[in-house]
Write a new protein. Structure first.
Lengths: 432, 460
């Protein structure tokens, strides 16, 4: 028997991936650990290695094919004692192979039970094609029908891939909604507006570039956040002089260790500590319930070439500044190189976005769901400040917290902003 | 001496020993550490022995009411020591059953008090157990009333109440959760004069308000005295009695004498002296915080059961243990859904429920369909002479999701599972309506309650 290698689920929410590049060719011999291909997911490009041994018999999916469903066969291996050529996988797959250029179709509607690489703990995603029975709970069926969501567009997380209510409810929330060729007709209104294809025509000279996965996810998530979360914005001005002084002292002390703290590293810590002080802001609004976190994981917005991404400082409330600085440096580098692993950017309990380096005075950031707050940090600048009865020059920075008003009351948001401000203006609390 | 295991479980209650068995099934090399008896509180001092006691009081109740069934029994009586002895025998049988299960599943049992000497290491006396993963399943114990130490003579916790040195004549039960109400019911049926004091405004406060109201009415009719919204203070044990001051909701304080007092005001998790602090394990109000899959904030360290928070139920602990072990093994499991854990109180009448109460379900303005069917409308209930109680169901009016089910009456603890399965399978009212229920059974009321939610009840 030939071995079918299928599209792996490289993250919990991954449903489709782009087969960016083949690293093997037909006839190549591979052994466990050899790299087969590069796969581009929502947010990152990852290398995929084989755990099987054999000779590459067939590249079922052409390099560059987008929206290859998780579980679909992408490559066939011929094992040692096998001389006959394996039968082609599926007609649809062959059709995809025949296309010499990038094709935007889901090539393999059929699933291949049992062929999922063993390294993936994900369940076999039962995505039924036409005529197949869709396993779904009665409640999931009813809610999906009411929302106009086609069951065939969902991946079931229940036993044997059964679709349960949670899968329907998370549709369009955590999983990328990308209509596929087979499901497109049925996939419906519930698709986030950002994912809707709009024909563009203009006489003005222009270039059309197809959206990458990252840009698509950004568009969908931000649209969803702004459309569904009632944001409130709370702005404070913070005097930075004490923090800058402390930073100077810490950096000269840390120089020998090769650590250099940025203002941003200190603001990360301040936000994390403030979230611990005001736990009502370290939450997620989850429809029927409110989730309160007992650890502050800060997602930090980083501008990567492919678009915005938010690597996470896990447990920033309990990490020393030097550790935060080191992690942040490494994560930002990985982000810019597109090498972040899913666990490094998925999660977080609150976000921080800093545009100070671009001279932005203040701005309102969009909440990164399912989080319930994001802190937008502007530039530190010399401003005339009334101190007592005198006007003095001081370094001041404006910060705006955006809060999910369903989960967080204005007064609690204000308490968080006050706590951040206090920690920055009396920064010894950051090193205590 | 050092041993290496895939998994070391600290505590052998229904969370710990079940986790150990599942881990062994999945091919892990497992050790379990227990300082007392295998099976933990549940088997030895909780769920099981109390059910044995309540069975005695139930049969005694039937015997004393035999004439209602056309039977005559002359001078019914009981021997409390023998009732207790039977309860202990039952516990003993199950304890040796767990021993057998550990042996059959090749789980190494280490007797003694275990302590985390690292996230992946447990020390028991001289013995050091290294593990890839450690599960803390140390359970909980009774919470003391501030300033009052249970002495086992006049002032009891559940543990003393299970092996009473004497039959109480006038009993004060402080706290009306499942444990308080079960002992109140037991001693009341055995003939004691029982007073239950609850701080909140209703007994069984976690249950649906209709259930609390029904239970209060029924227990009072049985002869119990129930005081809600009240505080107990100045509990002092004398030689032959206990004095206690009950302050009612109007602030009126009254000193009273009782023969015995049972303190059943909740539990405190067993988190002391097991090395949690040194590892920086995150806790919330004393309970270890887990992520729904049993993981704590310390890598390799897991926590399940009572020590990891409410609801403090054996079956929650067991299920949490299975989720944790299967997660360790890389299996795909869903996180613990606390809304799907049934709760049972084995008083007379019994109480059983799953999911949201009507009040909880209505929060946020959700539209509901609520059904209620009384025992008096059920043929089997009337034939049994158990025509008191009801079955209440709460549905989401929009989706037909079964949000909660609440039952009070005979045998409801055995009935609730039907609704739990329905919830787990995500049935809507339609599937429940289309299900054929055997006649004549009490379970028909479950059908009727669903029908009633949609104004289609047949027999009432």
């Amino acid at each position: 028997m030939p071995i079918d290698i299928t599209m792996p689920a490289l993250s919990p929410t991954m449903e489709v991936g782009t087969l960016a590049k083949w690293l093997v060719a037909v006839g190549d011999r591979v052994k466990s650990g050899d790299l087969l291909c590069e796969i581009e997911t929502d947010k990152a490009t990852m290398e995929f290695e084989t755990i099987d041994e054999g000779e590459v018999a067939e590249l079922v999916v052409v390099a560059g094919t987008e929206d290859v469903k998780v579980g679909a066969v992408i490559l066939r291996l011929k094992v040692e004692d096998e001389s006959d050529t394996p039968a082609p996988v599926a007609e649809a797959a062959n059709a995809a192979m025949d296309q010499a250029v990038k094709v935007a179709v889901a090539p393999v509607p059929a699933t291949t039970p049992g062929a999922t690489p063993a390294t993936e703990p994900e369940p076999a995603m039962t995505k039924a094609g036409e005529g197949e029975r869709v396993l779904a709970s009665p409640l999931a069926r009813r809610v999906a029908a009411a929302k106009g969501i086609a069951l065939t567009s969902l991946s079931g997380s229940g036993p044997r891939g059964r679709i349960v209510l949670a899968d329907v409810e998370s549709e369009g929330v955590s999983a990328p909604v990308v209509p596929t060729a087979t499901a497109a007709a049925a996939v419906p209104v519930a698709v986030a507006p950002a994912a809707k294809a709009e024909a563009f025509s203009s006489d003005i000279p222009h270039v059309v570039e197809k959206l990458g996965n990252v840009r698509r996810v950004i568009a969908r998530r931000l649209t969803e956040a702004k459309a569904t979360i009632p944001h409130i914005y709370l702005t404070v001005d913070v005097r930075l002089d004490a923090l800058l002084k402390l930073r100077g002292e810490l950096n000269s002390a840390l120089e020998s260790r090769g650590v250099k703290l940025s203002v941003n590293d200190m603001v990360i810590k301040a936000l994390a500590l403030a979230l611990r002080e005001v736990p009502k802001c370290n939450v997620s609004f989850a429809g029927e319930s409110l989730v309160s976190y007992s650890r502050a994981d800060i997602s930090v917005a980083v501008a990567a070439p492919s678009g915005l991404i938010t690597p996470i400082i896990v447990g920033a409330d309990s990490k020393p500044l030097s550790v935060i600085a080191g992690e942040m440096k490494a994560l930002a580098e990985k982000a810019r190189a597109g090498k972040l692993q899913p666990h490094e950017y998925q999660g977080g309990t609150a976000s921080l976005s800093n545009l100070g380096m671009f001279g932005i005075k203040a701005f309102d950031a969009v909440i990164n769901p399912p989080q319930a707050m994001i802190l937008a940090v502007g530039a530190g600048e010399k401003r005339a400040v009334v101190d007592g009865d005198a006007v003095v020059a001081a370094t001041v920075m404006s910060m705006t917290g955006s809060f999910d008003h369903r989960a967080i009351d204005g007064a609690d948001g204000a308490a968080l902003m006050a706590a951040v401000k206090a920690l920055i203006e009396k920064p010894l609390g950051l090193v205590a | 001496m050092s041993d290496a295991f895939d998994l070391v479980v600290l505590g052998s209650g229904p969370g710990g020993y079940v986790a150990a068995i599942r881990a062994s099934q999945l091919g892990m090399k497992v050790a379990i550490v227990e300082r007392e008896k295998l099976g933990g509180i549940c088997l030895n001092w909780g769920c099981i022995p109390t059910k044995a006691l309540l069975r005695s009081s139930e049969i005694y109740h039937y015997i004393t009411h035999a004439s209602a069934y056309g039977l005559s029994v002359e001078k019914p009586s009981f021997d409390l020591a023998k009732v207790t002895e039977r309860s202990r025998k039952v516990a003993g049988q199950l304890n040796s059953g767990v021993k057998g299960l550990m042996k059959k599943n090749k789980v190494t049992v280490v007797e003694g008090e275990g302590r985390l000497s690292g996230a992946r290491q447990v020390t028991v006396g001289e013995r050091v157990l290294d593990a890839k993963n450690v599960i803390v399943a140390t359970g909980a114990r009774a919470r003391d009333l501030p300033g009052v130490a249970a002495d086992g003579q006049r002032i009891w916790t559940y543990r003393h109440a299970m092996v009473p040195p004497a039959m109480p004549t006038k009993l004060l039960v402080i706290g009306s959760g499942a444990i308080g109400i079960e002992f109140a019911s037991f001693y009341s049926d055995m003939g004691a004069d029982v007073t239950v004091v609850e701080m909140l405004d209703r007994i069984l406060p976690v249950e649906d308000a209709d259930v609390s109201a029904f239970m209060e009415k029924t227990l009072v009719k049985q002869g119990m005295r129930i005081v809600t919204g009240a505080m107990v203070s100045d509990v002092k044990a004398g030689k032959d009695s206990v004095s206690a001051t009950i302050t009612d909701k109007d602030g009126k304080a009254n000193a009273e004498q009782f023969s015995h007092v049972i303190v059943a005001i909740g539990i405190v998790p067993n988190t002391e002296n097991i090395g949690l602090e040194a590892l920086g394990v995150a806790t919330d109000r004393g309970h270890i915080v887990n992520d729904g899959f049993g993981r704590t904030n310390v890598e390799g360290l897991w926590a399940i059961g009572d020590v990891a928070g409410a609801p403090w139920l054996a079956h929650k602990a067991s299920h949490e243990g299975i989720i944790a072990v299967e997660t360790m093994a890389g299996q795909h499991v869903h996180a613990m859904d606390k809304g799907a854990i049934p709760g049972c109180t084995y008083s007379r009448p019994q109480v059983a429920s799953v999911g949201l109460t009507e009040a909880q379900a209505a929060e946020g303005g959700r539209k509901l369909k609520v059904g209620k069917f009384p025992f008096i409308g059920n043929g089997k209930a009337i034939a049994l002479g158990e025509a008191e109680g009801f079955v209440k169901t709460v549905f989401d009016a929009e989706t037909g999701a079964l949000l909660g089910a609440h039952m009070v009456g005979a045998e409801v603890t055995e009935l609730i599972q039907g609704y739990v399965i329905a919830r787990q399978l995500e049935s809507t009212e339609t599937e429940l309506m289309h299900t054929v229920f055997a006649h004549p059974t009490l379970s028909e009321m479950m059908h009727e309650s669903v029908l009633d939610a949609y104004d289609r009840a047949l027999h009432y």
